[in-house]
Design a protein around this ligand. Sequence first.
Ligand code: SF4
Length: 456
Amino acid sequence: MANPEKALELSERLTADMAIRTPYDVAIVKVFNRCDIACSYCYVYTGEDQSWRNSPPFMEDDVMKATAERIVEHGDANGLDRMLVVFHGGEPLLAEHTRPGYFGRAVGMFESAKAVRDSPLTINYGLQTNGQLLAANPRWMEMFARLNMQIGVSIDGGKEANDRDRLSYSGKSTHALAEAALRLVRQYPRLEATTLATINLRNNPKETYQYFKSLGVKSIGFNLPHATWDSPEFAEGYKGRLEPTGYGQWMCDTFDCWWSDSSRPAISLYQAIIRLLMGQPTKLEYFGPSIPNVAHIRTDGAIADIDTMTLSSPDALELNMNVFEHSLDDTLSHPKIQARQMGELGLAAACITCPVKDICGGGYFAHRHKEGSNPNVAFPELAPYLNPTVYCADLYQLINHVARRLAENRMTYSLMVRGGRGMSGIWRELVDEAIRNRDARIEKERLDFERVFAKK
Ligand code: SF4
């Protein structure tokens, strides 16, 4: 479907039941609904949606028990082998701080829910923290090691880089404690120290990469700052694929540091691009063509759309469902979830005809929003998201850069040539170009040889 008019025509006939009903295999469980620091880019506590003020500060035991039962029920009903449960906030460690033993009890409830049903489901547990309370309570790590809980620490880089956006409520640096927390997690190799950093263009990309490398982290997650087409910096609207904002170059620069590093940590975004270029599937909600499959349960037991949806409007994530009355399967029939699970059908015409569509997948769903756009589309929950992501030109730049870097590498080049059938379009174009160049070189060598031979 490379014809933009056909794509437009189809988008006007889209309905919710065309969604690709995909079970959740990740559940974000909000255990604490307040935070102990005040990041400038936070879309929850400093955003338009202040509904968190009406929710209980932490998830009570009866809500956690029902949440655990619903998640196990969902895994079993959909035949899943494995699910990931991420305890999130606000700052989730405020739950342990307020009620010691909170996470031990929470994991116990999940394991009991499995035992009651004799469920074969494996649940992996994770927690994302700003590190402040963990650094102050190092003994908690023994508990997390016992619970086999993966700990991700949010930190944006070295002190200067981190403190541009991640300060306490009183404006103090949060860097020393975040770094101490990361060093603490590193002492438990089975738990794998991971970081999550939001990109700030004022931070030097090479120094940022080297900083995380020097801490010996196993994995780095780079996030683009959350924005929509109604955010002031994107108010001029879509200018096509060729006008990057600077984030594309930032990611190309860190990609080059990473790619030339022989002992590189994992960077899921770059690895996902490489896998997709090689024709292999990935599961990354943030990027790529896979169908989003993350569930979100709030402290009061409400099952909601993921909370970045509040970027578009304060009530965008409300589904009016909860773990006491609804299963997670019920939410898959909600038009808001169906809008996110439309897959390729839910892409803008510009994306459907884009040469890197199979890699980019239109970018992060929440970043495509523009209020009032696509008024002719019959599916109202999808209409404002039928746009390319605000980072379209940056992702286009990054994907092309990664593809070219791979094509320069002898080993990946030969893998490309051998495995060419499953490759995505842009990758195949690069291979074809390389083969044409190789054939031209062989032909030139043959002619040179013949000329030499003829002289003899
Ligand atoms: S958002 Fe991605 S798929 Fe869509 S036009 Fe831009 S680069 Fe292409």
